[in-house]
Design a protein around this ligand. Structure first.
Ligand code: NAD
Length: 260
């Protein structure tokens, strides 16, 4: 199925994990991609991985920090100058931050996490929605988390930012539906990416793999999710098949967030 033939899709955090897996799937379905990340080497690796799977893929790279509005404006302008439109935007770059009790979380750490995960998502929506409104079409998928719909603990910055992403999604979806634009969020559970590996190392140190087994033992499916499983969901949500899904958040967590 080539749902993205002649479509242009921007993906932030495209150098790793969920961004990279989604880019790979969407490229297979024919999209022209603009991958954005802080990490230039990771971007290059994503591009060469995608080209080895899909030699006909068109992949442009932009090194940018989503927490800087000017840099967000830069990758949006780059995409319009290069391709003339934006069909899909996976507004995904984010970090977990250090785990700590609320009283010890630290103001600087709180601001750092919120700046990237929430302000970054807002800047992305601000600049992309302006273009999509002019075009009269488009789809945005923001990456929230189960930490954006449930309490997890030890994650003040992450929880605040991801709950905020859900709020921004509902707000903008309601504003922009009338212009033919849909805005949705995904709420992944634990998906095995470098970010989750880092998180398990914070919990278990050298025994992080054991900590991982314990972590998924309470999941109804008893395993971590795979990045490509998120890639299939994001491809569907950014495609025209999901145009009437708007202002809502879709969990992808093996059922964990509904478990009593
Ligand atoms: P990851 O660390 O594998 O990839 C994140 C990418 O984002 C990296 O390439 C990193 O360089 C980039 N990035 C970080 N800060 C950036 C910035 N300021 N500007 C531009 N790029 C930046 O992590 P991942 O697991 O793929 O996470 C992607 C998103 O999914 C994040 O928003 C994360 O919070 C969310 N998420 C992940 C999980 C999971 O289990 N993996 C669960 C819920 C939510």
């Amino acid at each position: 199925m080539k749902r993205f033939e002649d479509k242009v899709v921007i993906i932030t955090g495209g150098g790793s994990g969920l961004g990279r897996a989604s880019a790979s799937q969407i490229a297979k379905e024919g999209a022209k991609l603009v991958l954005v990340d802080l990490n230039k080497a990771a971007l290059e690796e994503s591009k060469s991985g995608i080209l080895s799977e899909t030699p006909s893929a068109v992949v442009e790279l932009v090194e940018a920090n989503v927490a800087e509005e000017k840099e967000v404006e830069k990758f949006v302008n780059f995409t319009i100058d290069k391709f003339g439109k934006i069909d899909g935007f996976f507004n995904n770059a984010g970090i977990e931050g250090k785990q700590n009790l609320t009283e010890d979380f630290g103001i600087d750490e709180f601001n750092r996490v919120v700046n990237i995960n929430l302000n970054g998502v807002f800047y992305g929506m601000k600049h992309v929605l302006k273009e999509m409104k002019k075009q009269g079409f488009g789809s945005i998928v923001n990456t929230a988390s189960v930490g954006g719909i449930r309490g997890v603990g030890n994650q003040s910055g992450y929880a605040a930012s991801k709950h905020g992403v859900v709020g921004l999604t509902r707000n903008s979806g309601i504003e922009y539906g009338q212009y033919g634009i849909s805005v949705k969020a995904i709420a992944p559970g634990a998906i095995m990416t470098p970010m989750v590996e880092g998180s398990l190392k914070q919990i278990g140190g050298d025994n992080w793999e054991e900590a991982g087994k314990e972590f998924v033992s309470v999941n109804p499916m008893k395993r971590f999710g795979k990045p490509e499983e998120v890639g299939y969901l994001v491809a569907f949500l950014l495609s025209n098949h999901a145009d009437f899904i708007n202002a809502t958040v879709i969990p992808i967590d093996g059922g964990q967030s509904y478990k009593y």
